[in-house]
Structures are given as structure tokens and as C-alpha cells.
Design a binder for this molecule. Structure first.
Ligand code: GDP
Ligand code: MN
Length: 429
């Protein structure tokens, strides 16, 4: 301030001029301080409780579910029918053809995959290479709980344009941890099986969900990377992307990118929300004042989900596609919360999935403006799709296609758009 005052005096050489100039500095400074202070403002337990109470939805009370679903899908198609190309008003880096000195961002493509899924993963990689990575040659890290076969390595190396890394998960990380009570586990599985919940009795599926929720980014081979793009077998990428997606994340300071948002089976996460709310009330300082609270607590489209999950809408980012910053998971808030989830045991007593876990973590502990819907990336994992209206896409489906009509009610993207995106963000394509 002293420096600015002296500068003002020197510039204007009159007392009045200097004081006017000083006033304008002060206004700027006050604005800056207010903005910075609100960024670092810590929430109190009372504020967290308030934020997690869903009050006003987009639909009048009592609107029948069919009407809500119909209107949501209409809205979905309307948004996606807009002709788009690349994001606008954001920092974009394009690698020029023939640029041999191009420096990559600190990032890897990533796939947890079994040897038996070789054809499926080769198919996914081919499409990701053809639509994007052929130009950038980002490395690919393959993770498995068993050794990869020579055949697997040979075939993926044929289709990957960048370096290839393999990482075998130590048993101490992959397998059911010691705190899991065998009787509670058995009873939990029996309940889920009785209710015909998919994969309930498959222990490896529980291992996989826990591993993807809170362990993959701690593997030795992943410590060196900041960003990852998760790729699953048998998915489709059908739109060309020209810009560097990882630098897009980095340069625009984004934490998490997704394409599809869905509701989840509440039986698999009956106590995830309660465990989380208890944690947040004990540590309100971790909750971000600009979290995606409404999206997480919405109770209009599928109230039986929100009730079944104890107040969590079950809306999540579908994590078979995700592009994210692992430093977020490695940070204090997510790590401490994840410890609380481990202690509660829900990865085994229930079937907590990595999709709701990442989504609740991001939704509560990160600024929602740091989450990006990649509406330009055409993506399909059966039966759902993100289908943009762009000349860069090649698909038989019309723009805005989501899935067969019987699962329209599972679409939570309209809520993300309504409750978490600003009009400005919606106009960034
Ligand atoms: P779904 O999408 O929920 O039906 O589950 P998937 O069968 O697609 O599994 C999710 C991801 O985890 C895929 O990339 C699978 O290849 C991977 N995966 C699931 N179970 C295992 C496992 O036991 N071992 C390994 N290495 N990968 C697994
Ligand atoms: Mn899958």
C-alpha cells in the first residue's frame, strides 16, 4: 500500500490526484481481498448441514416422475443439439503437425484391466488413438492384480502410440483389508444378493471398487503422474479431439472431467452418505463452500434413490470415463475422508463403487467450477452415451442420444447442468 501511495503521488504530483488514484487502488485491493478470503473461507458444521439439505428443486412439488423424466430428457437433447466444436474462452493448446519438441503434460492414460479383456481394451485404445492420442502420444499405464501375459503386452504395444508402463498391484492393496469383519461381510453380501444387486458376491469386484476409489494413485508407478485419463475395455470414442486434453485440465486449473452422469443403485451405498455427513460435520473445514451440494442431494427425479441412500441423490460421474488430477485425491480432505470410508467398511459390507466415491469426494471437497463436462468427447459405454452435435463426430446415433428409453430416468446430467453449471460455463462451447 505504501508503494502504491508513493507511486500515486509520483504519477499525479498533486495531493488530490494522488488520493483519487489511491482510492481506485483501494477498491481493487478490497475486491481482491474479498475474493481471496471467500476462496479460503472455511465452512462451519452448521453451514455444512444447511448446504446438504435440499430445499428448492427445478420442478414444482408433486410433479409426477414421468413428467420430470420427460422434461429432463427434452432439456438434455436441447442442450446437446447445439452445434459445437472446441471449448471457447478457455486456454487451449494445439500441437502443430511436425512439432518434434512438443512437451507433454504430466499425465498418463490409465487402465485397470484383466488379461481376458485384451480384445476389448485394444478396441478402446484404437479408438482413443484415432480420435486423439495419435497426435500427442501420451503414455499408457496398464494396471492389473496379476501379471500381464506376453500376448497382452505385445498387442497393446502395437496400438499404443506412446510409452507403455505396467503396474502390478500388491496384494496388500488389492485384497480385502484386515478390518473387515467376516460375519458382517457375509451378511451384507447375502442382503445384496437377495436384492439381485450386480456383482454383489464377486469379491474381486469389491476389491476393484475400493482400489479405484482410494488406492490407484498411490501405486509406485503412478506417483510420478498428476493427471490420468481412465480407459475401460469395450468403450467407444467417436469424436475427433484436436487440442491437448491434459493441458486443458492443467492450464484451466480443472480437477475432474466427465462425460456421463447417472443415478446409482441405492442398496450398494446405503450408508455411504451417512458416513460422509458424519465426517463432514466433524471436519466442516474440508467442505468447499462452492461444492456441488444440490446435485448431491437432489430428491425429485428419483426420490426412492435419495431416500434409499439416506439423503444422497446417488448422482455420480460415470467413472469408467474420467480425466482427473490425482493430487486432489492425494490431498488432505479426500485422504482423511477416504480413511473414514475404509474404517466404515462399506466397500465390502455394501458395494460402494468408485463412481459415487469419487463423485461425492469431488462434489464436497472441491469447487464445482473445477469440474468439467467434456461435451465434445463422444463416448459410449453400454448402454449410455455422450453424443455431441459436432462435425468431428462419427456415429449412427443422433446428437443428444443418451440410451434406450427404459433407462431415461437414470440420467443425472440435466441436474448437473441445472444445479452445478453457470450459464457462462454452458456457453463455453
Ligand atoms: P462395470 O463397468 O461396472 O460392469 O465393471 P467392469 O467389469 O467394466 O470393471 C470395471 C473396470 O475394472 C474394467 O476396466 C475392468 O477391466 C476392471 N476390472 C474389474 N475387475 C477386475 C479384476 O478382478 N482384475 C483386474 N485387473 N481388473 C478388473
Ligand atoms: Mn465397465
Amino acid at each position: 500500500i505504501l508503494g502504491l501511495t508513493l507511486h500515486a503521488a509520483r504519477e499525479t504530483q498533486t495531493l488530490k490526484g494522488a488520493s483519487q488514484m489511491f482510492d481506485s487502488y483501494r477498491t481493487d485491493l478490497q475486491g481482491y481481498i474479498t475474493k481471496t478470503a471467500s476462496k479460503y473461507k472455511k465452512m462451519t458444521a452448521k453451514e455444512v448441514k444447511q448446504a446438504l439439505t435440499f430445499k428448492h428443486g427445478a420442478f414444482p412439488e408433486g410433479t409426477p416422475k414421468e413428467t420430470i423424466v420427460e422434461e429432463q430428457m427434452k432439456f438434455h437433447r436441447e442442450v446437446l443439439s447445439k452445434k459445437i466444436d472446441e471449448p471457447k474462452g478457455m486456454k487451449l493448446v494445439h500441437k502443430q503437425d511436425g512439432d518434434t519438441n512438443y512437451e507433454l503434460a504430466n499425465a498418463t492414460l490409465l487402465s485397470l484391466v484383466r488379461n481376458s479383456e485384451l480384445d476389448g481394451i485394444v478396441s478402446s485404445i484404437r479408438q482413443l488413438e484415432e480420435t486423439w492420442n495419435w497426435r500427442y502420444n501420451y503414455p499408457f499405464t496398464f494396471i492389473n492384480d496379476e501379471e500381464f501375459t506376453p500376448e497382452f503386452k505385445k498387442r497393446v504395444e502395437e496400438v499404443c502410440s506412446g510409452k507403455v508402463y505396467y503396474e502390478i498391484i500388491p496384494k496388500s492393496i488389492w485384497e480385502k483389508p484386515a478390518n473387515i469383519d467376516p460375519v458382517l461381510y457375509k451378511n451384507g453380501i447375502a442382503k445384496l444378493t437377495e436384492n439381485k444387486v450386480n456383482y454383489a458376491s464377486l469379491e474381486s469386484y469389491h476389491n476393484m471398487c475400493r482400489f479405484n476409489s482410494g488406492w490407484f494413485y498411490r501405486l509406485e508407478g503412478l506417483k510420478k503422474f498428476k493427471y490420468y485419463w481412465r480407459v475401460e475395455p469395450n468403450v467407444d470414442f467417436f469424436c475427433k479431439v484436436d487440442y491437448d486434453v491434459f493441458k486443458f485440465m492443467r492450464d484451466n486449473e480443472l480437477t475432474y472431467g466427465f462425460t456421463v452422469s447417472l443415478y446409482d443403485e441405492p442398496l450398494t451405498i446405503e450408508t455411504l452418505w451417512k458416513t460422509t455427513v458424519d465426517f463432514c460435520l466433524a471436519h466442516p473445514e474440508y467442505v468447499h463452500p462452492n461444492g456441488a451440494f444440490k446435485w448431491l442431494t437432489e430428491n425429485q427425479q428419483n426420490p426412492q434413490n435419495t431416500n434409499g441412500a439416506g439423503g444422497y441423490s446417488t448422482c455420480h460421474f460415470w467413472s469408467n470415463f474420467e480425466i482427473a488430477d490425482m493430487d486432489f485425491y492425494r490431498g488432505e480432505a479426500y485422504s482423511k475422508w477416504f480413511d473414514a470410508l475404509e474404517a466404515a467398511g462399506g466397500f465390502y459390507y455394501e458395494r460402494w463403487g468408485d463412481a459415487p466415491v469419487h463423485s461425492v469426494g469431488v462434489g464436497l471437497f472441491e469447487d464445482k467450477s473445477k469440474v468439467w463436462w467434456f461435451r465434445d468427447i463422444g463416448y459410449h459405454h453400454s448402454p449410455y452415451e455422450n453424443s455431441p452435435n459436432s462435425d468431428k463426430c462419427s456415429t449412427d446415433h443422433e446428437p443428444g442420444y443418451f440410451a434406450p428409453p427404459d433407462v431415461y430416468d437414470q440420467n443425472c446430467l440435466p441436474n448437473w447442468i441445472k444445479y452445478s453449471m453457470t450459464p457462462n460455463q454452458l456457453n463455453m462451447y
